[in-house]
Design a protein around this ligand. Structure first.
Ligand code: MSP
Length: 522
């Protein structure tokens, strides 16, 4: 059954240098989008950059250039990083684009007209790097509870959104929609947060203090608070306001890190509600990549630059590690040794060797063409059953965003094929009278490998394309890099890609060298 799938990443602060945290969410969204295209779902994948706010204004001032020019230059680092990681986004939104600002203005005008926005003098403590107000109760020894940096005391007139009015409604919505906030621990966290009275949200900054933002349409003396502006990207990119019941709104899945859960589950939900728009189906908060006990990120100075690692290990191995090693929702320890361990054990040993053995034997015993099955013993049938189970379980796991599990299911199949080859030992059987079972063994192994490569292609589009090219399925080895398997684009997508029996007998193979050379460590 095909469905519609609209997935988003957070839009990243344009000032930051892309690091592993950004890379993780983006690869996760990309992998999911590629899986859904493979399933035949109509799929849309959005990422982008968050470009307004004080930090950007200050950085541009420091460089002596206009903020817009600063953003235009900085955004290229994200675009380049996503190109290197072979990200297949359908759209890249920048909050400085007119198509976005137009929708922000429309929502502000609408909420103001409905009386959802009002003005009031405000006194509070403000964290410049996080662009958030705090009450004295929130701050820890004069420091921001989020980032630990100094807060400044501020008193000014501002505009407020009546967020507090939606507290009861939000609790009810979260309680009656278990899929809305995931994983469950995060859902409970938000429900816990909503036990305290929910205040109204300050949604403006005086233009005298902050120039670099979207002016309030009803008061040009103020610009919009950066989070109010940023969250709307998910909607403005699909122009949901013009077609609220249209194909792309509400979004299916907002992927975020756990540190931005409140802004998404509370601010964004109530903003949409007040604007009379439907809520996204799921907000999924993933954990952090840690080094030792510390979150990796720019401000902590321990950011591992994905691009540096990409040069060394390649996009596919890097993507594989991110998707295989983190259980979505939990924190994960980053280490280069763990990455190398995965490459050697899973990619070089299990997958690479399997391909190599199958290729070599088909070359030596079957004239380099996929042989026809000639009789199935229970031991052969077992592989068929295993493969069909792997497909079923992996598809369900993907739909429930348990990617590590989908990958693990597929690798169990690969390992089972390696064992099956040991048991059937075609290199011995080939010397016996009539070469019993050799053709079947080779055909079954090659087909299982084809299915494994299709299932892993959203994670490793280049290497799996190569496997499928070598198995004679794809004419071009790089056919999957840009979009993966996708319906309606003509050519490589069929609706039985994930069904047993897709490799016709007689298909000529194109054997080549090791798929993933082992990384030697001394
Ligand atoms: N601009 C806002 C998001 C606005 S969305 C409407 C923002 N940007 S960010 O660039 O600072 O962070 C983006 C994402 O990176 C967050 O989801 C955050 O959780 C994630 N990560 C930053 N460091 C991380 C790790 N070390 N590990 C995993 N993800 C982390 O917030």
């Amino acid at each position: 059954m095909s469905a519609s799938f609209y997935v988003t990443t957070p839009i990243y602060y344009v000032n930051d240098e892309p690091h592993i945290g950004h890379a993780y969410t983006t690869v996760l969204a990309d992998t999911l989008a590629r899986f859904h295209r493979l399933f035949g779902d109509s799929t849309r994948f959005l990422t982008g950059t968050d470009e307004h706010g004080q930090k950007v204004q200050q950085a541009a001032e420091k460089r002596g250039i206009e903020p817009q020019q600063h953003c235009d230059e900085m955004v290229e680092r994200f675009r380049a990083a996503w190109r290197r990681l072979e990200i297949s986004q359908d759209d890249f939104i920048r909050t400085t684009e007119e198509r976005h600002q137009r929708v922000v203005r429309r929502i502000l005008t609408d909420l103001h007209a409905k009386g959802e926005i009002y003005t009031q003098r405000y006194e509070g403590l403000y964290c410049v790097p996080d662009e958030r107000f705090w009450t004295p109760k929130d701050v820890v020894e004069g420091k921001c509870p989020l980032c630990g940096r100094e807060v400044t005391s501020i008193s000014e007139e501002n505009y407020f959104f009546r967020m507090g009015n939606y507290q009861e409604w939000l609790i009810e919505h979260i309680s009656s929609h278990p899929e809305f906030i995931q994983p469950e621990s995060r859902r409970n966290e938000v429900l816990g947060f909503l036990k305290k009275p929910l205040g109204d949200l300050c949604i403006s900054r005086p233009a005298s203090r902050l120039r670099w933002g979207i002016p309030l349409p009803f008061d040009p003396g103020f610009v919009t608070y950066v989070w109010f502006d940023a969250l709307i990207n998910y909607l403005s990119a699909v122009d949901g306001l013009q077609s609220p019941g249209g194909p792309w709104w509400p979004a299916t899945l907002h992927l975020i890190g756990k540190d931005i859960l409140t802004t998404h589950s509370v601010y964004w939900s109530t903003m949409l509600r007040a604007a009379g728009l439907p809520l996204p189906r799921t907000i999924l908060a993933h954990g952090w990549w840690l080094v030792g006990e510390t979150k990796m990120g720019k401000s902590l100075g321990n950011a591992v630059k994905p691009l540096d690692l990409l040069e060394v290990y390649g996009a596919d191995a890097f993507r594989y590690f991110l998707m295989r090693d983190m259980v979505v929702g939990q924190d994960s320890e980053w280490s280069e040794e763990a990455l190398i361990g995965r490459i050697n054990a899973d990619l070089a040993n299990d997958l690479g060797n399997c391909l190599n053995r199958v290729e070599r034997m088909i070359q030596n015993y079957a004239g380099a063409k996929v042989p026809a099955v000639s009789g199935m013993e229970p031991v052969d049938q077992e592989i068929v059953v295993l493969a069909e189970t792997a497909v079923r379980t992996a598809v369900t796991a993907v739909r429930e965003v348990r990617l590590h599990q989908a990958i693990e299911e597929t690798f169990q199949l690969v390992r089972a094929v390696n064992k099956y080859l040991e048991v059937k030992a075609p290199w011995k059987a080939v010397k016996q009278e009539g070469q019993p079972g050799v053709a079947t063994t080779l055909a079954v192994s090659a087909e299982a490998l084809r299915l494994a490569a299709v299932l892993l292609s959203p994670v490793m589009p280049r290497k799996c394309g190569e496997v499928l090219h070598r198995l004679g399925v794809l004419d071009q080895p790089d056919a999957l890099v840009t979009r993966g398997f996708e319906a309606g684009t003509g050519g490589i997508w069929t609706d039985d890609l994930l069904r047993w029996g897709g490799l016709p007998p007689g298909t000529p193979l194109r054997p080549a060298g090791p798929l993933f050379p082992r990384i030697e460590t001394t």
